[in-house]
Write a protein that binds this ligand. Structure first.
Ligand SMILES: Cc1cc2nc3c(=O)[nH]c(=O)nc-3n(C[C@H](O)[C@H](O)[C@H](O)COP(=O)(O)OP(=O)(O)OC[C@H]3O[C@@H](n4cnc5c(N)ncnc54)[C@H](O)[C@@H]3O)c2cc1C
Length: 406
């Protein structure tokens, strides 16, 4: 039996991973991407000023992100991710104190010494297992020191929300896997760049079958079926084929009649500085300032600020100046502010509050030959690469399971 052709729109991680899983399952796939490069929000580019490749934002992956590792295994890029210690170092800019949260397992976490936190405060983690979907982190933990020094940094990094606005339930599968899967919380970073790890090996696997600068403008539907895809000056008949939207949710809302999904977003800022001579490849979590994660790499020092809409009244220059001061404070050395690149990704993820999470759609649509994948699709996981790849895997399984009905 000949397999139907699959048209995948969007070549971010959702589109690339959907194409990889479907090609592996024996389907003919075609990818269309509106920009001139693949990767979407997980992209890298050469920066003339810094004289090296940089990522739009540093991406942290955990060992328990099993779908990420499966994807990397298929595209033969597993060695492009390198592990770090699960003892996460922290620095408090207000008190100058430093500590480590040891996420090796639940017991090492309980015995982590965090300033002003009693061991029994960690028992509050138990509340997670009883939360309902309407509950925010602020409702569970209040404005306590435990929230500030333990839960807050996790909320910023995993949910891209701040001030306890994030849905508490979304952290449950992450914490469960991180603690109960062996080495689950071991953090990984791309060895050289996101492109070398997640993008180029996938393009290689797909035989570079992708059309760039091809923006989907509209779709025509009839009898619950997508009939035509319209790009600039080109109309493709897909009535006998399958279409996968691997687009950001705001694009899906524009293209698909009657669609409803998350419609509030949060930005992430990354400031990449030329490394003026700080040694050792490591990263530090920060509280009490603006910088949240500082990654010291060989050529660059990259600072991540999540849920960055909080700082929209500050200018780029002010943020850069402040975070460079914070980098020097963490390193305990003063250096003149080096060359840098400032990247504000305005819609880095949807705003993962209880109300917005409840708006996540499933992978099926009102059209029997159209499916959705991407970080906003409901997988029960936070809007991350792991969830993105899981959504693509689910689409592949759905197509394999239902191909006779389509
Ligand atoms: C700064 C930053 C830091 C992050 N940090 C982490 C992290 O540490 N860990 C983690 O797991 N996740 C992180 N994420 C989240 C992660 O990057 C995203 O969840 C993931 O990349 C989403 O992939 P996607 O394919 O669903 O969407 P996108 O990457 O947005 O891909 C959509 C693609 O569709 C294309 N497109 C749009 N419109 C059209 C059209 N009409 N026609 C054709 N193509 C179109 C776009 O150009 C794009 O290439 C971070 C995100 C950002 C922005």
């Amino acid at each position: 039996m000949t397999q139907p052709k699959i048209h995948i729109i969007g070549a971010g991680i959702a589109g690339l991973s959907a194409a990889v899983f479907l090609k592996k399952a024996g389907y003919p796939v075609v990818l269309y991407e509106s920009s001139k490069m693949a990767g979407g929000r997980c992209r890298s580019f050469y920066d003339d000023g810094l004289g090296c490749d940089i990522d739009n934002g540093t991406h942290l992956i955990l060992r328990c992100n099993t779908n990420v590792f499966k994807y990397l295994k298929i595209i033969n890029a597993r060695s492009e991710l390198v592990p770090f210690s699960p003892r996460y170092q922290f620095h408090d800019f207000k008190s100058g104190r430093q500590w480590a949260l040891n996420f090796s397992n639940i017991f090492t976490l309980l015995f982590s010494r965090v300033p002003n936190i009693r061991r029994r405060d960690f028992l509050k983690l138990w509340h997670f297992f009883f939360v309902s979907p309407e509950v925010s982190l602020a409702k569970v933990f209040g404005n306590t020191r435990f929230y500030k020094n333990v839960i807050g940094p996790i909320e910023h990094a995993v949910l891209n929300t701040a001030n306890g606005e994030g849905q508490a339930k979304l952290l449950v599968p992450v914490l469960r896997k991180a603690f109960f899967k062996r080495k689950g919380a071991v953090p990984y970073l791309a060895k050289t760049s996101l492109r070398d790890c997640f993008v180029d090996p996938a393009l290689e696997f797909l035989g570079h079958k992708i059309t760039y600068n091809k923006r989907l403008k509209s779709i025509d539907c009839e009898n619950e079926t997508v009939r035509t895809l319209s790009f600039d000056g080109e109309h493709i008949d897909v009535s006998k084929d399958i279409v996968v939207f691997a687009l950001p949710v705001w694009q899906v809302a524009k293209l698909m009649p009657g669609f409803s999904g998350p419609d509030e977003f949060q930005s992430i800022i990354n400031v990449h500085f030329q490394n003026p001579g700080f040694h050792q490849r490591h990263f530090v979590g920060c509280v009490g300032g603006i910088a949240e994660w500082i990654f010291i790499c060989e050529k660059t020092i990259s600072v991540t600020i999540s849920a960055a809409d909080r700082y929209k009244d500050l200018s780029q220059e002010d943020i850069t100046k402040l975070v460079w001061r914070e980098v020097c404070a963490v390193q305990g050395e003063k250096f003149k502010q080096p060359k840098h690149q400032f990247i504000r990704e305005k819609r880095a993820t949807f705003h993962q509050t209880p109300q917005q999470v409840l708006k996540r759609p499933g992978l099926a649509t009102a059209y029997k030959n159209l499916f959705l994948c991407g970080d906003y699709v409901n997988t029960g996981l936070p809007s991350t690469i792991e969830s993105t790849i899981l959504s693509s895997k689910n689409v592949c399984q759905k197509i394999k399971g239902e191909r006779n009905d389509i």
